[in-house]
Design a protein around this ligand. Structure first.
Ligand SMILES: [Zn+2]
Length: 366
């Protein structure tokens, strides 16, 4: 992706006129033969081997009984000057996804267009008019949890921890997560419970944290903090590479961002940066990524529908993949497994072994 200095982005943003369309849109996928029967006019279409992707007005999709997930609003970026369109649209969509909002971009001949979830379009319009300032810490870093805790009690909301629940809680964590809490987190939970920082970060009580649905997370990931969006922050208790990665589960789909290397560092940074935005929207504050590989049974569940759709290998040709002896499936020039892997870019969970346990793979900056 082309990167663009923040200052330039501001200048460029000041030269666009974002125009919000009244109509709502949806994304659909139909088979070629279904597409031929449609009488509606999509605003955008793309043909792939496995079907035709359409962006259509929601009202049209409803009248044609097409299936779709969410509804999207369309923002057209009318630009006043000649711009490096590629870098510009990339920078804009990064700014929107950094705010935790999904965005689909379409570059047409005359303009760039953004599709964003309809329930968040107002936030996006605000962002385009006023991009976020880079967050700046308001003091020097503190690396001692014992100095941070009094600040939480004096300036934020916290309850005193109940000692009797604590030893039970710790035993439960070790049995559920396979690892104990790190020392700084133990000190924190021995003193406070149900902490709310800046009305923005809810640090969950041990009991609430244990009850979070973790079916799609590695066993040692302990989700301990909730964001206003409902998104969660987790810590990996297995101490990979000698650190305790703090992971933002709110952005990315199984490909998450590492935003601190210890609980104390995370706590210090949210306290020091104030309430306006998450400090890690500044990319220099990110340590890298944590990619989650779901265990086989979950991968299968996720792709079941697509696998069924591919159907049997009863085509008339040999699969186009090198040295594959299988016949093609009817929607593709590939066999079932190779078609699956072409589309989803993961080893096919129906023919090969995905991991037996959900695992994390870290790529951290040096
Ligand atoms: Zn094949």
């Amino acid at each position: 992706m082309v990167s663009m200095p923040e200052k330039n982005l501001r200048v460029l943003l000041s030269s666009i006129k974002p125009r919000l369309h009244d109509e709502q849109f949806v994304f659909c996928s139909v088979l070629e033969r279904e597409f031929k029967k449609l009488t509606i006019q999509p605003i955008c279409m793309f043909r792939e081997a496995e079907g035709v992707s359409l962006i259509v007005a929601k009202s049209d999709a409803d009248s044609a009984s097409l299936k779709y997930d969410g509804t999207w609003s369309l923002i057209t970026c009318e630009v006043n000057s000649d711009l490096n369109a590629v870098g510009f649209i990339a920078a804009m969509s990064k700014m929107i996804s950094d705010a935790g909002i999904s965005v689909n971009t379409v570059s047409a001949f005359h303009h760039d267009h953004l599709f964003v979830p309809s329930d968040r379009v107002e936030e996006v319009m605000l962002l385009l008019q006023e991009p976020p300032q880079k967050p700046v810490p308001k003091r020097d870093p503190i690396d001692n949890i014992r100095e941070l805790i009094p600040m939480i009690f004096s300036e934020h909301r916290a309850h005193k921890a109940l000692g009797s629940l604590l030893s039970q809680g710790h035993a439960l964590i070790t049995s559920k997560f396979g690892e104990p809490l790190p020392p700084d987190m133990r000190i924190f939970y021995e003193r406070c419970s149900d902490v709310k920082i800046f009305d923005r970060y809810s640090i969950l009580s041990l009991q609430k944290a244990i009850d979070v649905d973790r079916s799609q997370l590695p066993r040692s990931w302990f989700p301990f903090c909730e964001l206003p969006s409902g998104g969660l922050i987790a810590i990996d208790l297995s101490e990979p590479n000698g650190v305790y990665p703090i992971i933002d589960l709110d952005c990315g789909d199984f490909d998450y961002i590492v935003i601190a290397l210890s609980f104390t560092e995370f706590l210090d940074k949210i306290l020091a940066h104030g309430q306006d935005s998450n400090y890690w929207i500044d990319h220099s504050e990110q340590y890298g990524t944590a990619k989650v590989h779901l265990k086989n049974s979950q991968v299968r569940k996720k792709y079941e529908e697509y696998w069924d759709l591919l159907g049997p290998e009863n085509g008339s040709q040999r699969c186009m993949a090198d040295a594959c002896e299988n016949k093609n499936v009817k929607l593709s020039v590939f066999c079932r497994q190779h078609q699956f892997e072409q589309v989803h870019k993961v080893p096919c969970p129906f023919t090969s072994d995905a991991p037996a346990d959900t695992l994390a793979e870290y790529v951290l900056k040096e």
